[in-house]
Design a binder for this molecule. Sequence first.
Ligand code: NAD
Length: 170
Amino acid sequence: MRRGLYLGRFQPYHLGHHQVLRQIAKEVDEIIIGIGSAQKSHEIDNPFTAGERVLMVSSALEEFNIKHYVIPIEDIQRNSLWVSHVESMVPPFEIAYTNNPLVIELLREAGIKVKESPLFKRNSYSGTEIRRRMLEGEKWEHFVPEKVVEIIREIDGVRRLKTIAKSDQE
Ligand code: NAD
């Protein structure tokens, strides 16, 4: 059984992540998705809760017809121990997929095989760009899977983001 781990913050899960997972689904038997910074929500850079992100990822992944596990992982204050922390939370895996330089470095130092994947339309398929568009009232829906649009609407995510971006200063 070949299991692959894909790590991300998914704020929100977008079509770049989706393209990468489409590819990973062809290479492994089961996929583990680790939802990083699970403790964060209701922040401008991290508006969605771990549970909301679990819903986004698991709903979008149904399309690939592959067994998968979506597991929230909180950050810890010690990078050198982070990989052990991740391993303690997820099923055993053979390979990890990421493009995040810090994550690559930490995994490789721990002896884990890492595969980098191509970036798809990084300027638009980007959490930062999608959150910016939500805040500015621009169109963002075409950058995320349809299921994710539905979830963000259901939780009134854009209103939340706009509210937490407000200041109580003059
Ligand atoms: P992310 O959601 O920004 O990205 C997830 C993955 O998707 C990354 O590999 C990224 O390169 C890739 N990606 C993004 N846009 C793409 C596109 N358009 N096309 C293809 N791929 C694309 O998440 P992240 O920042 O990589 O998440 C890492 C998580 O690990 C964070 O939550 C971080 O806090 C956590 N972390 C924690 C510690 C610690 O607790 N000490 C240490 C390291 C990492």
